[in-house]
Design a protein around this ligand. Structure first.
Ligand code: HEM
Length: 383
């Protein structure tokens, strides 16, 4: 038997063959356990057979589904959202940084209803009837996503959050909008455009549905409600991937394209996020399939010498992004806020907005047509 001499210590061979493998096994076990303890617990995946709607549910009960990890709570009887002014979002900063700018969105805050709701819904009805092909679109493959969304919004979200404004009847299997007086079936129409038309005239938010391209890590536009597009025609963006959709946006490719694709690939069911976009609009039109942006090769109109702050607006988009639990498609909601610059000035925000206009990088400023309105708007805000 070999004896190993290590200074004052001496070990025989059988001890070495038993002790060291045992020590290695113990150390490996400790390492695995500590790694497990340090890892964040994994979100449970949504069940593919989640219950969409229980018609016998009492109104006051909170409603949860695998759409989100927090319950929807009903607004109390004392809250009259229709008498509340639109939320004064003022997202501009002294210097504009092109970032994803995403924050967590509570499920209760998916739809923000305020005093503009009745007039906006009336306008949306006009738009979908006059411009059906520009305001509504759906590819064949997004049918299941449209049905999933329709059922969630009409059967679950709206009646749970705003029980004074929207109710459902299990007898008639109907959704009732008590503001507009409209009733719709709880079962989604077979035709996706019919379903989108109902959604378009029930909520103020425009809705874009994106699906993963098979074999690629990218998402493309497969369905839309675009009653208030800010200068683009969604029907022309159908089938395009996010990168291509944002092609006209300066700095997008360098600053955002890769992180956005990655984010879309990773966003989990139940993790809703929101972000804001802002620009200046020299008119009050909400349905704008062209204009408000400058594209390469286009001629710019003359620089404005004067603007009327009552008729020039801060146009803010509040955007919410989520993944549908069953189809796993992505949905992007956009609510548009228009605030006359006269009000911004009255709030004492004139200088802050003028500074923010200067803080928009040159190329993005051209895209936003700052050359046309920039000086006149800043002069008026600072006067
Ligand atoms: C969360 C991710 C997103 C980010 C960070 C983002 C960012 C932006 C930015 C910075 C602009 C320029 C707007 C301006 O300053 O006036 C823009 C424009 C635009 N975005 Fe997004 N966006 C996102 C998601 C989406 C999605 C999901 C769609 C769906 C189709 C979309 C469609 C558009 C369109 C159509 C434009 C106008 C492009 C044009 O002028 O033709 N965006 N986006």
């Amino acid at each position: 038997m070999a004896i190993y001499h290590m200074g004052p210590l001496a070990m025989d061979e059988s001890f070495i063959y038993t002790f060291f493998p045992l020590l290695a096994a113990i150390l490996l076990l400790i390492y695995i356990k500590s790694k497990e303890a340090n890892e964040a617990p994994k979100e449970p995946e949504a069940s593919p057979t989640y219950s969409l709607w229980n018609p016998d549910r009492k109104r006051s009960e909170t409603s949860t589904s695998s759409f989100f990890q927090e319950p929807i709570t009903a607004l109390g009887d004392e809250v009259d959202v229709l008498s509340m002014p639109p939320h004064p979002f003022r997202p501009y900063k002294p210097v504009y940084h092109m970032t994803m700018g995403l924050e967590k969105c509570a499920p209760n805050d998916l739809f923000l209803i305020d005093s503009s709701y009745p007039s906006r819904i009336a306008l949306r009805k006009q738009v979908v009837n006059e411009f059906p092909h520009i305001s509504l679109g759906a590819s064949e493959r997004c049918g299941p996503a449209v049905k999933e969304l329709y059922t969630y919004i009409l059967s679950q979200h709206l009646p749970s959050r705003f029980p004074k404004l929207f109710t459902t009847s299990s007898v008639d299997r109907e959704f009732k909008n008590h503001v507009s007086g409209d009733s719709y079936p709880l079962t989604p129409p077979q035709n996706s455009i019919d379903a989108l038309k109902i959604l378009a005239t029930t909520v103020e938010e425009d809705i874009l549905i994106l699906q993963k391209e098979s074999g690629r890590e990218t998402y493309s536009l497969q369905g839309f409600i675009a009653c208030f597009p800010n200068g683009f025609d969604s029907s022309k963006k159908m089938g395009m991937e996010l990168r291509e959709i944002h092609g006209p946006v300066p700095m997008f490719e360098e600053k955002l394209a890769t992180s956005m694709d990655r984010f879309f690939g990773r966003l989990e069911v139940g993790k809703w996020v929101k972000r804001m976009n802002w620009t200046i609009s020299t008119h009050e039109k909400l349905f704008l399939p062209t204009g408000n942006h400058h594209y390469e090769g286009e001629e710019l109109p003359e620089e404005l010498e004067f603007v009327d702050l009552e008729k020039t607006y801060l146009r803010v988009e509040r955007q919410v992004l989520l993944r549908l639990p069953v189809s796993r498609d992505m949905v992007f909601f956009v609510k548009t806020y228009m605030t006359p610059l006269a009000r911004i000035k009255k709030e004492g925000q004139g200088e802050a907005l003028a500074t923010a206009i200067d803080g928009v990088p040159e190329k993005l400023g051209v895209y936003k047509r700052r050359i046309v309105w920039g000086k006149a708007v800043k002069d008026a805000l600072r006067a």
